[in-house]
Write a protein that binds this ligand. Structure first.
Ligand code: SF4
Length: 197
């Protein structure tokens, strides 16, 4: 279809008017239908993005006990509504999109402790109690075996070179502060963090 300059200006005028009316609340019957609004009747729950220590605020929309949407919190002083690509994907921690765009629970989400013994090829499901005592046991064994009270010059160092501690960007500043104190108390000197915090 050939559009003259005059037609183009007329068309632009109609579009701008429609957009203006829409912003004043004049919407089509379909758009004002509550069913077309994805978060209608959902409860808003505010939270903090778990992916890094920037600590952006997020609003989770919850309906019938299920999270149906997550987006940046415009009232939050850190991010004022914006999210980076990681934060924007928060919803997908629990849900994935099916072919037609509707969401369904993410069945790949890991919800149990999995353990693969040395040289084994299969993963075993274990309890949290088992995992925590196993971690504590191995830390103690390694620390006892490798602890150095004084260095070659007789200076007190109280350290173990056999353990390393890696912080997580999924923990907040306060948690990472406590992890750091704990690692130092064990005598660990190799401490790092995936975001170098
Ligand atoms: S991962 Fe992105 S959205 Fe989440 S806190 Fe960090 S900067 Fe903010």
């Amino acid at each position: 279809m050939k559009v003259s300059r005059r037609d183009f200006l007329k068309l632009s005028g109609v579009t701008v008017t429609a957009a203006a009316l829409s912003s004043f609340g004049f919407r089509s019957a379909e758009a004002s239908d509550y069913k077309s609004i994805r978060i209608s009747y959902a409860k808003e729950v505010t939270t903090i993005c778990p992916f890094c220590a920037v600590g952006c605020g997020i609003i989770c929309h919850v309906r019938d006990g299920k999270m149906i949407n997550a987006e940046g919190d415009p009232d939050h002083p850190i991010n004022e509504g914006s999210l980076c690509s990681k934060g924007s994907s928060l919803f997908n921690m629990m849900n994935v999109y099916a072919e037609k765009g509707e969401s369904r629970p993410n069945t790949q989400r890991m919800t149990k402790v999995l353990y693969r013994a040395p040289y084994a090829s299969d993963w075993e499901v274990k309890s949290w109690d088992w995992a925590l005592s196993e971690i504590a046991k191995r830390i103690k064994q390694t620390r006892d075996k490798s602890f150095v009270g004084r260095n070659g010059s007789g200076v007190t160092v109280n350290r173990t070179p056999a353990l390393a501690w890696l912080g997580s960007a999924m923990c907040n500043n306060e948690e990472n502060y406590l992890f750091h104190k704990f690692a130092r108390a064990l005598g660990i000197v190799n401490i790092d963090h995936c975001a170098r915090l």
